[in-house]
Design a protein around this ligand. Structure first.
Ligand SMILES: *Cc1c(COP(=O)(O)O)cnc(C)c1O
Length: 391
């Protein structure tokens, strides 16, 4: 069966992903099996999506029940799961309103539209520029590729959306030099994920926040990867003691189903009016039923555990051969290796031995399910240690 899947995949699926040699069949928490029954400890959660692991029982019960009750309703009518989810998100943050989309890129599209419309409503219409950071990642639509501050993504698909300006991360002077009368927003990840698990400096983030407030520039934080407990707090911006105007959320929010969310504070909560924005699938009842379980699970006690696991994993990794540095926040972990080893090779070798890791640029990256058990951690890190030791 595994063989046919690979063959048919090559034949029928567009070749946008250079897949690892791994066909996955079933999983529970951070452990997943292939078609031969071989087990792997999964430190990826499907790139930060399965926040509660594979097939969490409360989560799968909630979505099954919802699938048997009301699978989809148009956004022209009211339904319960999305409203409850929006209420929870607002009650646990300073945000006032939520718009639901279906992915990270779409959440960022929404965030960008809110910031531009706020500026359009209040100022002249050519105040539309958005400053993003070099090495950022914001998605794959034409506009979010534009927002992404990496030249490798600015190929083939021209013309890209105008109005994005790139500044260097942790370089306040560079950001300030790019702010002018056209600037409507600044957008950034608190920890650059795809860019290599690089945390921003607290001083830098706070200084940007202050400038934004002074100049009525919207501060957008892309929490698609960092949010929903990943960094040891519900949202990563909490670690920086700021209150952004707009936050995008996605990956971990649905616990394994597609969702995106735009969170808006009191400044922008009424920017979107009837007809200004929309989506057919956004706020889907089944997806939101799952997301409600994710949010209910991630309480303060749970977040304490996330931070404990983070410390435990980081301390173990620091002692391993070839490791130069361990970066990121919470369970968003980057491992910088010395020049003798290559991150991708290490990941391939770990898969052969039964542990799955990601890479991010030249680093090995860990985004384990927040519920990963101590046994799973020990089993997986032992494999990583052995592979590094043998290099
Ligand atoms: C993954 C990611 C996105 C894009 O999300 P999709 O669901 O793939 O569209 C955007 N921003 C950040 C920070 C991400 O990590």
């Amino acid at each position: 069966m595994g063989k046919d899947i690979k063959k048919w995949d090559k034949e029928y699926i567009a070749h946008t992903y250079n897949r690892f040699d791994l066909v996955l069949k079933e999983g529970k928490n951070a452990t997943v099996k292939d078609f031969d029954g071989k087990e792997y400890v999964d430190f990826t959660s499907g790139i930060g999506v399965n926040s509660l692991g594979y097939c969490n029982s409360k989560w799968s019960k909630a979505i099954s029940e919802q699938a048997n009750t009301l699978n989809h309703v148009s956004n022209l009518y009211y339904s319960e799961p999305d409203v409850l989810l929006a209420k929870k998100l607002c009650e646990r943050t300073h945000f006032k309103k939520v718009f639901f989309a279906n992915s990270g890129a779409e959440a960022n599209e929404g965030a960008i539209k809110v910031a531009r419309k706020y500026s359009h409503d209040k100022y002249q219409k050519d105040r539309y520029e958005i400053i993003t950071l070099v090495n950022s990642f914001h998605g794959r639509t034409i506009t979010t590729l534009s927002a992404t501050g990496q030249d490798v993504f600015h190929k083939y698909f021209t013309p890209f959306t105008e109005g994005f300006v790139y500044a260097k991360a942790n370089d306040l002077e560079d950001v300030l030099s790019k702010i002018n009368e056209k600037t409507c927003a600044v957008m950034m990840e608190m920890v650059q994920g795809e860019g290599g698990v690089i945390s921003l400096d607290k001083d830098f983030v706070q200084a940007i926040d202050k400038v934004c407030k002074e100049k009525d520039i919207m501060f957008i934080v892309d929490e698609v990867q960092t949010g929903i407990g990943r960094c040891g707090t519900l949202f990563a911006y909490e670690n920086f003691d700021i209150k952004p105007d707009i936050v995008s959320s996605a990956k971990g929010l649905g616990g394994g189903l597609p969702i995106g969310a735009v969170l808006m504070n009191e400044t922008v909560e009424n920017v979107f009016n009837f007809g200004d924005h929309g989506t057919t699938f956004g706020g889907n009842p089944i997806v939101c039923a799952g997301a409600n379980v994710v949010l209910d699970t991630i309480d303060d006690k749970f977040l304490k555990e996330v931070n404990k696991k983070s410390e435990y994993i980081r301390n173990k990794i620091k002692t391993m051969k070839h490791v130069i540095d361990v970066s990121g926040l919470g369970l968003m972990i980057g491992i910088e290796l010395d020049e003798k080893v290559n991150a991708k090779d290490i990941v391939v070798k770990c898969i052969e031995k039964g542990a799955i890791f990601l890479t991010a640029k030249t680093k090995v990256r860990l985004l384990p399910p927040l519920t990963i058990s101590e046994d799973e951690i020990n089993k997986g890190l032992k494999i990583l240690e052995e592979v590094l030791e043998s290099e």
